[in-house]
Write a protein that binds this ligand. Structure first.
Ligand code: EPU
Length: 419
């Protein structure tokens, strides 16, 4: 296990470029299972989750070649339908192989997927979509077994707008020649990025970007070349890091069209932001001040749950009180005890709500990263704190952020990694 050693107090300053979107890369990697033709993925973030997903792809029989650190060529055809138990335990997104393996081989065996412990993270919506499309599902204490002999297009109403269940439905439906309609679909930009790939592969999809999708698939899906969209969560994370340290940052590849609610909520904490063009965000130094009574996560296009932990850190640095509410995940907020240990004034009301009272003077601490997003939030807290912090479990942050140490150093942070 490695750790970050951070000396806080430096204002972040300079320019940073946003990497490819993790949650777009993962389903797009899974989508390569749908074809035996060559697929070229560009702007792939060099992060642990992507490496784990590609390792699983190789295990399934695909040939994976890194052309450079962000470009991956995928060839050959899948040969096996079982997901390795140990690998599945390392990454929740292994569930994204369910739809494509059913489409390609007519069967799948999936041990319980692992991933960050941020909530119950049930798999019901995934089972609902694949059974609606004709799969027969069996469950035992070792995992989920599904068979698909007669795929059928159908109308699906998702009881939850689940991101990855929508993606599984999109991938399986893209291999079915009858039309499938998905209502109450998730409409996050990474879902659209996947849908655009499936269109390149030969599926006809309408409603991309909305919560009503219609898919008419094809028995023979083609290879594709695709540049993964930039990661708007990473853009928001760097903006928060700059603001929390009182710094000034130019963030490149920050797509304005995907940052509306993030910008609005950061402005609600007094952050001074300006888009220099459609892809470049300027974070200016500002006195942070709470201008709203509550900030709540929501389904797209509302404030993303994956930015809630960093936002809580930012709120500790703003003058005033704000209620932060994440109704999606049951354990997202539990990391605030670590911020309290650093000197933050936070009242945890229940598993989903905290009241943050700022501005707090944060002191460096020995900490441990509980999940990707809380991990990066602790890094930001340590950057804003006075003194030295040691953050164990750095690998969890590496799951979602490419070269976090190098990129933070390049904008003035005093951070090193120790093995
Ligand atoms: N939920 C509802 N109602 C809804 C939609 C969701 O209650 O209408 C709840 C679910 O019960 C669940 C949570 O919200 O507890 C998230 O649900 P979802 O199924 O959408 O999550 P997911 O597909 O498993 C993806 C991302 C997560 C991200 C969530 C929410 C990937 C690989 N993962 O997970 O990313 O938090 O959507 O946007 O795309 C991360 O990147 O750190 C991460 C955890």
């Amino acid at each position: 296990m490695s750790k970050f050693i951070i000396k806080g107090g430096n204002k972040l300053k300079g320019e940073v470029e946003i990497a490819g979107n993790k949650n777009a890369a993962l389903p797009i990697i899974a989508a390569t299972v749908l074809t035996e033709e060559e697929c070229l993925l560009q702007n792939v973030p060099d992060i642990r989750d992507v490496r784990a997903m590609l390792q699983l792809l190789e295990y399934l029989g695909k040939k994976v070649t890194y052309l450079d650190k962000n470009t991956v060529k995928v060839e050959a055809t899948v040969k096996r339908s079982d997901i390795d138990k140990k690998m599945a335990a390392t990454i929740r997104a292994s569930i994204l192989y369910m739809g494509p393996l059913l489409a390609k081989l007519g069967k799948v065996y999936l041990p319980p997927p692992g991933g960050c412990v941020i909530g119950l993270r049930k798999v019901d919506s995934h089972i609902d979509v694949v059974t609606a499309l004709g799969a027969k599902m069996d469950m035992d204490n070792l995992g989920y077994k599904a068979q698909l002999s007669e795929p059928k297009g159908t109308d699906i109403f998702l009881k939850e707008s689940s991101v990855t269940a929508t993606e599984n439905a999109l991938m399986l439906a893209s291999s079915i020649t009858e039309t499938t309609r998905i209502d109450n679909a998730a409409s996050e930009p990474h879902v659209s990025d996947l849908a655009n790939v499936l269109v390149k592969m030969g599926a006809k999809i309408t409603g991309i970007g909305t919560n009503r999708l219609s898919i008419t698939g094809s028995k023979k899906l083609k290879g594709f070349t695709h540049r993964i969209m930039p990661d708007f969560i990473e853009a928001g994370t760097f903006a928060i890091a700059a603001a929390a340290t009182g710094g000034e940052l130019i963030i490149k590849n920050a797509e304005k069209c995907n940052l509306d609610m993030t910008v609005y909520q950061l402005e609600n904490l007094g952050v001074d932001l300006e888009f220099l063009n459609d892809n470049t965000l300027h974070v200016k130094p500002a006195k942070l001040k709470v201008l709203t009574d509550k900030i709540k996560v929501g389904l797209w296009p509302n404030f993303p749950t994956d930015l809630m932990s960093p936002l809580i850190v930012l709120a500790t640095q703003a003058q005033g009180s704000v209620l932060c509410h994440d109704w999606m995940f049951e354990s997202r907020m539990f990391f605030v005890d670590k911020l309290i240990a650093m000197g933050a004034n936070i009242i945890q009301c229940d598993p989903h709500r905290v009241v943050v009272n700022g501005k707090a003077f944060l002191r460096g601490q020995r900490l441990s990263s509980p999940d990707i997003r809380a991990g990066v939030a602790l890094v930001i807290a340590a950057l804003a704190a006075e003194g030295k912090s040691v953050i164990d479990n750095a690998e969890l942050v590496d799951r979602g952020y490419e070269d976090i140490v190098g990129r933070l150093q390049s904008i003035g942070a005093d951070i090193v990694r120790e093995e």
